[in-house]
Design a protein around this ligand. Structure first.
Ligand code: SAH
Ligand code: MG
Length: 237
């Protein structure tokens, strides 16, 4: 390597070390009800596909930054699972704020309801045992463009449709956040097209968000990729 180069070779080991470093330094403040939840959920037979603590903390930070730093008034999550990410979001709500989280799997929903009840946050978190694409039109009719945060973490092939609904449901300055924007346990974004429907759908969503003049977006390569897009307050010039 030339002496003047500052390029550092990335290796799987170095990537793992970086992730460990981030987790050690930047995951304090886990909501009490979220502590040990991953293990409890695994013991109950739920899949281990919740966001990791550093992504939970990212959700909390952006949620509490909304509404001029008071926190989100209204937030939406697609895909509750055991309630891990929901607890981080709920912790970032404004006083009197509310998170609606959708989970059609009755076993996951029952587990998460129990967790929310133990957290003491049943006034903040409303779980609807519904499929995202069934409930989103109803939410649009019920609330209109009132959401400060829209977190997508459900069916990957439905991600382009989730973003279309986010365009209708987000308030000005509202955030669209998508987990698995770069990959999951079964596919990664650098793989060729036409081999995994999940990869192709997420790629379509990423491109739609990147090209949308109504949104300012970034894709953070932490964990399996987190897309963050803010709805502009005014249309682009
Ligand atoms: N956000 C959670 C993890 C969600 S995993 C966390 O980080 O803690 C994805 C979840 O989406 C699963 O619980 C699955 O049952 C649920 N799901 C499946 N189909 C769905 C649908 N059509 N709408 C909403 N959620 C769905
Ligand atoms: Mg996910």
């Amino acid at each position: 390597m030339p002496a003047e180069s500052h390029a550092i070779a990335m290796t799987p080991q170095r990537w793992a070390n970086s992730n460990r470093y981030v987790r050690e330094l930047f995951t304090a403040g886990e909501p009490p009800a979220a502590i040990g939840l991953a293990q409890r959920a695994a013991d109950a037979g739920l899949p281990a596909i919740a966001v990791p603590p550093e992504v939970g903390r990212l959700l909390w930070i952006v949620c509490r930054g909304q509404y001029a730093g008071r926190g989100c008034r209204l937030a939406l999550e697609l895909g509750t699972l055991a309630g891990y990410s929901a607890l981080w979001i709920a912790d970032g709500l404004a006083p009197g704020g509310r998170l609606i989280t959708l989970e059609p799997n009755s076993k996951h929903a029952a587990f998460a309801r129990q967790v929310f009840s133990e957290s003491g946050w049943t006034d903040r978190i409303e779980l609807r045992e519904k499929k995202a694409l069934d409930e989103l039109p109803r939410l649009a009719a019920e609330f209109g463009p009132a959401f400060d945060l829209f977190f997508a973490d459900a069916i990957k092939t439905e991600y382009p449709a989730y973003f279309e609904f986010a365009r209708r449901l987000l308030a000005p300055n509202g955030l669209f956040i998508a987990h698995n924007a770069l990959g999951s346990n079964t596919w990664w974004i650098d793989e060729p097209a036409d081999q995994a429907a999940d990869r192709d759908a997420v790629d379509r969503m990423n491109r739609a968000v990147a090209a949308d003049p109504e949104f300012d977006a970034v894709l953070l390569p932490i964990d399996q990729g987190v897309l963050i897009a803010r709805r502009r307050t005014h249309s682009a010039p």
